[in-house]
Design a protein. Structure first.
Lengths: 260, 327
């Protein structure tokens, strides 16, 4: 097991190396913030100029979007640079270096490629969730808080699993650049409340590819409107975790390096 | 024994790709699978504290052997046991635990952070390998002093020359005090002065710290300068495993003779029992059987006016090319 000290050092080096190119860092932060602020503002605009989303008030939808920004932000902070970096280092065999790291290639790759510029997005997500939560004035029970932690953990497990599966495919097939974009397109379904979709799409978003765990269920559980426990979503997230573990282990065995 | 490799084999599955657009189009739908045997039944052992040269032409299996022994690749067959840190490891099975006990330098792959000074990477490795502060500082000071890089380690890696970078790579690979170090072409692309410095460093660490080194290289001067024992690979098999001196002395029984004539010869030099390798102007290079050196040089001196004569042992390049030709 690698120590917390390693993660602290890696975080420090990530910050130091990204701060060297100051303009690039500044632009990254600004663009990221603008993009993520546009998302809830646009939804609010649509909301106030249309019938809105069924069963969701404007404060409730803000809570939902706060969770979406926060969890996607966490996922991007950890993994947004990783698949690009992996694509780059796989072709010329640089991945070998990671294989001889005591942290293991996955942990080393994540720790040394943290997307520092996404931290403001995470903070923005926390800010929106806090604002919406206090605005709503809800008082969740202890069970609701525990369920919230469970859903957030499973939501992150699901998102991390998607990236790990993608990375396993990169190791097997060396170049799979567009796969990440495919995942991003699919993830758009998770950026709106699941109940606005038709029954068929809902079944997919909740039970098969559980994007609903990212924002929909966390928001619902805090609002006290969860209803039935989402067994299918939980099972699907765990299944994704198992698939990710197996595919990563298999890709490590099949890794062929590059010549020379 | 620190390394025990038995019957290692590795077969890669690749695809044959013909040249041209139509072939690429055809290959997109149907690819011809080709199996390449990179290693065939490789067995050898290494004692603690040895400095072994692993040499061979491109595609001989040097890097594949190193990668298997580092745990990067799974072999297709065979076994390997590495005894380090008081434990026996099978590298590809217990890779994460095992790699804490080895150091690896890939000549063409850097572990240093490109935008930051090497010193930052060293501190990252300190936490990664959990190196006690005292040990870390002592080794860092020792290696920096030995390689003369006290200023270099404070400059961003991207500003370093290839030679400076390689010195820093060596430090990064050794800071955690590994008893076994794999060096995959550590002198590739370096100038002669840096090469010498790096060779001195490897030799010193091997002798003083007792670190076992496995070195692959295309520069046979590295081998000549550092290794007592060599393993020569050819097409995935061991062509020779033994002492370098024995190889040079016994494998081919010839000496090199270089002469400079007083005046240029008008025709090709003819000398019974000698093989003329090169004749240009007043200079002639030839090879003669070791047991006939005296007789042949006497005939040479009697028949021609010579300015200079040099007799040398065969170079390691000659020995190896002789082995390959024989195979």
């Amino acid at each position: 097991m690698v120590s917390i000290g390693f993660w602290k050092s890696a975080l420090g080096l990530n910050i130091a190396s990204q701060m060297i190119y100051r303009l690039n860092f500044f632009l990254n932060v600004v663009v990221m913030l603008m993009f993520n602020l546009t998302f809830p503002l646009l939804t609010l605009l649509i909301y106030t100029n249309s019938a809105g989303f069924p069963d969701w008030s404007s404060s409730e939808i803000l809570l939902f979007q706060g969770f979406a920004i926060l969890l996607w932000g966490l996922e991007q902070f950890l993994l947004s640079n990783v698949s690009w970096e992996l694509n780059r280092i796989m072709r010329d065999g640089q991945f070998d270096r990671l294989m001889v790291s005591p942290a293991g290639p996955l942990q080393f790759l994540v720790a040394t490629n943290l997307a520092i510029e996404v931290i403001p997005q995470v903070l923005l997500g926390i800010g929106i969730v806090s604002f919406a939560f206090f605005n709503l004035g809800v008082l969740p029970s202890l069970k609701a808080w525990l369920l919230l932690i469970l859903f957030i953990a499973l939501g992150l497990l699901f998102m991390v699993s998607l990236i790990v599966i993608q990375m396993s495919l990169i190791i097997r097939f060396v170049q799979v650049r567009r796969l990440g974009e495919l995942v991003r397109i699919l993830s758009l379904f998770g950026q709106y409340p699941a109940n606005i979709y038709s029954k068929g799409v809902q079944a997919i978003v909740v039970g098969a590819i559980p994007f609903a765990l990212v924002a929909f269920f966390p928001a619902k559980v805090l609002l006290g409107t969860l209803g039935e426990f989402p067994y299918f979503a939980v099972a699907a997230a765990i299944a994704f975790g198992v698939i990710a573990y197996l595919s990563w282990s298999s890709s490590m065995k099949k890794y062929t390096s590059a010549g020379g | 024994m620190i390394i025990e490799a038995k019957h290692l084999s590795k077969t890669y599955v690749t695809f044959e790709q013909a040249h041209g657009f139509s072939a690429s189009l055809k290959g997109f739908f149907r690819r011809k699978i080709k199996k390449v045997d990179a290693l065939k039944d490789l067995s050898f052992s290494v004692e603690e504290g040895e400095l072994i040269g692993l040499i061979g032409p491109n595609g001989a299996g040097k890097s594949t052997t190193i990668k298997i022994l580092c745990g990067i690749l799974f072999p297709t067959g065979g076994s390997a046991k590495i005894n380090v840190g008081g434990k026996a490891y099978v590298p590809w099975i217990t890779r994460k635990e095992y790699v804490k006990n080895i150091g690896v330098v890939f000549g063409q792959k850097s572990q240093l952070w490109f935008d930051l000074p090497p010193l930052d990477t060293y501190y990252l490795n300190k936490s990664l390998y959990d190196i006690p502060k005292k040990d870390f500082e002592r080794r860092l000071e020792y290696f920096i002093d030995l390689l003369g890089v006290s200023d270099v380690v404070k400059r961003p890696t991207r500003q370093l020359s290839l030679g400076e970078r390689m010195k820093c790579e060596l430090i990064a690979a050794l800071l955690h005090g590994p008893p076994l170090v794999f060096l995959d072409e550590p002198t590739i692309g370096l100038d002669i002065i840096v090469k010498e410095k790096i060779r001195d460093f490897i030799s010193e660490v091997n002798k003083k710290e007792g670190v076992t080194f496995i070195l692959t290289t295309h520069d046979l001067q590295d081998i000549d300068r550092l290794c007592k024992r060599v393993i020569i690979l050819d097409k995935g098999s061991i062509a020779y495993d033994g002492e370098l001196e024995k190889l040079k002395k016994n494998y081919i029984k010839e000496k090199n003779i270089k002469i400079i004539m007083e005046t240029e010869l008008k025709s090709k030099l003819k000398l019974k029992g000698a093989k003329i390798d090169k004749q240009k102007g007043k200079e002639v290079e030839l090879r003669v059987p070791s047991n006939r050196v005296h007789e042949i040089t006497r005939r040479l001196v009697n028949a021609h006016e010579l300015l200079d004569i040099t007799i040398t042992d065969p170079t390691i390049e000659q020995v190896i090319s002789h082995i390959y030709r024989k195979k």
